[in-house]
Design a protein around this ligand. Structure first.
Ligand SMILES: *Cc1c(COP(=O)(O)O)cnc(C)c1O
Length: 361
């Protein structure tokens, strides 16, 4: 008789998520963790007040149907409330999407390198990841992704802007791609960073979803809205997909505090937009600084920049760490660096310049 608990075989294929490291403490140096794409601004006073008020009800279960937030989102986006499904962060909604579409052995197509959570949620469902390499500009290769569709394909994830490299897909290429996807395959446009996009070739995803029943949009309050710690994200999808996402949600997963903070953040949109604009301006300053130094940084539309360091990735991370900056590394590929406080951004440019001077590549 075996003495070990029998666990699902699918778990053997689940990669362990690596959270961003905390910054190392160094005397006299403010350390910055620019490895998790967090918003550097503290919560707005108006949002904090709502959170404090909501905390008074923590002995109660939250509204299971997330009614008020769903209605606020529907109004802001101009979509029917029935088309909105919420979850514990957009990673939570991603799990709901896979649970709603995939049986063991089904296939999920996504670009690679892309968001670290994709292989995890796919493997958890016992489904198979089909990873299609990015093109030479660190962009989605939509032609190759269309060619990867089989009769086992149930779900296609398009990350735009792409985490960790930054570029968006363009409306014309997305339209051409969607024309080739069979109507029974769900295409999810993961727009965690949509608020930071300034490229006018980026897709109008609400219009795209409105005209295509097999397209859904995935968004979050974690990045531009600065609520990463409260775990609230949502999908915009047609019935019956939205209904399936409500079925696969963790019951009572989105707390009252998170629901109320998200509503208050929508109400404070203008104030938050000023912060987003400032981060976008910093992004452009950092990217042009890096290019001026000779870096081939892709055209990022998010709140981070990608340095394609390849074999030099670990050495760069060590150099950054020495200066009190923790970056996110992908061994042998590159480093993702979040646009953060001005001082952190200045320091990133400083570390990058020193690195370029020290090595020629
Ligand atoms: C950060 C991120 C998310 C959002 O995660 P939450 O669970 O909403 O905090 C989703 N997709 C991508 C690509 C991300 O980078």
């Amino acid at each position: 008789m075996s003495h070990t608990v029998r666990l699902r075989e699918a778990l053997a294929a689940v990669p362990v998520y690596k959270p961003g490291k905390p910054a190392a403490v160094r005397e006299g140096v403010t350390a910055y963790k620019i490895s998790s794409n967090e918003n550097p601004y503290p919560p707005l006073p108006s949002v904090l007040q709502v959170v404090a008020d909501a905390a008074m009800q923590m002995n109660r279960y939250p509204d299971l149907a997330v009614t008020e937030l769903t209605q606020a989102l529907a109004r802001r986006l101009g979509v029917p409330a029935e088309h909105i499904a919420t979850g514990t962060g957009s990673v939570g909604v991603l799990g709901q999407l896979v649970a709603a579409t995939c049986d063991p052995g089904d296939e999920v197509i996504y670009a690679w390198r892309s968001f670290e959570a994709y292989p995890i949620v796919v493997a958890l469902a016992g489904a198979d990841s089909v990873q299609v390499p990015l093109d030479g500009h660190a962009r989605h290769d939509l032609a190759a992704m269309a060619a990867a569709i089989t009769d086992r394909t149930r779900l296609i994830l398009i990350c735009s802007p792409n985490n960790p490299t930054g570029p968006v897909v363009h409306q014309d290429e997305l339209d051409g791609f969607l024309d080739e996807v069979p109507p029974q395959v769900l295409v999810v446009l993961d727009e965690a960073y949509v608020e930071f996009v300034t490229d006018d070739r980026a897709p109008d995803t609400l219009a795209t979803y409105a005209s295509r029943p097999n397209v859904a949009i995935l968004r979050t309050f974690s990045k531009a809205y600065g609520l990463a710690g409260l775990r609230v994200g949502y999908a915009v999808a047609h019935e019956p997909v939205a209904q399936a996402l409500r079925k696969t949600a963790v019951p009572f997963g989105v707390s009252t505090i998170a629901q109320q903070a998200a509503i208050a953040s929508l109400a404070a949109f203008d104030e938050l937009q000023e912060r987003v604009d400032a981060l976008v301006a910093e992004r452009e300053r950092v990217v042009s600084g890096l290019r001026h130094q000779g870096w081939h940084a892709p055209q990022t539309q998010a709140n981070f920049v990608w340095l394609p360091l390849r074999a030099d990735t670990a050495a760069f991370a060590a150099a950054a760490d020495k200066e009190g900056l923790v970056v996110r590394t992908f061994a042998g590929e590159g480093a993702r660096c979040t646009i953060a406080e001005t001082e952190a951004n200045d320091r990133l440019l400083h570390v990058a310049r020193k690195f370029v001077v020290a090595r020629t590549f």
